[in-house]
Design a protein around this ligand. Structure first.
Ligand code: IPE
Ligand code: IPE
Ligand code: MG
Length: 229
């Protein structure tokens, strides 16, 4: 069974850090390292799109110190890694409402997107100040602005994920069994996986296990076993 698109809710950085008597920001920094390794692994496996939930619209209500640390990490990630993304032909897409961030961060994000927009085979989509309800509302308002009724096809083109393939797998680390406002429209037929590992402890081996389990699942899309496709 072919896998085109994996999405990950990278949860558990704070608990990982607290258990080690470190700051939550240290946990997020460790999380970025794991993100880099898992991104490399996905592309090595031939998966063409990886989407990661890095910062939710609700996370903006966290204490200022944590937000400042997260924004610093986001800036660092984009500016330091852009040469690597270009070298490895990785297209960067950012989901969410970027107007929340200051102009400097917005410029860094826009530059990463524009300089990699022509790459077609590999995509890393990063959800920043993303909330699925907000994404859907923005899409509805875009339709209202042009006074056009939508169908499933045209509506999907108004979402932040307009250029991405259908999501095959959503993984949430950190033990919670909820989507926390992530890809609510896109996940209609996505296979869900919840693992207890805190994100900084997640690794290639665990992802391989998930992929093996995915291959054993029966995706019926509402049909019955013998009339699929
Ligand atoms: C996920 O880890 C990363 C972000 C939400 C930015 P958390 O920061 O939510 O970590 P826990 O869930 O508190 O352990
Ligand atoms: C979801 O994790 C958001 C990200 C991983 C970026 P949260 O830690 O914010 O979710 P809740 O609060 O446990 O639902
Ligand atoms: Mg959390």
């Amino acid at each position: 069974m072919n896998i085109n698109h994996i999405a990950i809710i990278m949860d558990g950085n704070g608990r990982w850090a607290t258990a080690k008597n470190k700051s939550r920001t240290t946990g997020h920094r460790e999380g970025v390292k794991v993100l880099e390794d898992i991104t490399d692994f996905c592309f090595e496996l031939g998966i063409s799109c990886l989407t990661v939930y890095a910062f939710s619209s609700e996370n903006t209500a966290r204490p200022k110190e944590e937000i400042d640390g997260l924004i610093r990490l986001i800036k660092e990630f984009f500016s330091k890694k852009l040469p690597k993304f270009i070298k490895h032909s990785i297209r960067i897409v950012v989901l969410g409402d970027r107007n929340y961030f200051d102009k400097n961060v917005q410029n860094i994000i826009n530059e990463a997107e524009s300089k990699t927009a022509h790459f077609e085979e590999k995509t890393l989509a990063i959800a920043l100040n993303y909330g699925a309800r907000n994404e859907i509302i923005r899409a509805v308002n875009k339709a209202i602005d042009v006074r056009e009724k939508v169908d499933e096809n045209s509506f999907s083109k108004l979402l932040d994920t307009k250029d991405l393939l259908e999501v095959d797998i959503i993984i949430r680390t950190g033990g919670e069994k909820r989507l926390s406002n992530f890809l609510l429209y896109q996940s209609a037929y996505t296979e869900l996986f919840f693992v207890n590992d805190l994100w900084p402890d997640f690794n290639r081996e665990r992802l391989s296990e998930i992929i093996a389990e995915f291959k054993g699942r029966s995706r019926r899309f509402g049909k019955v076993e013998n009339n699929i496709k």
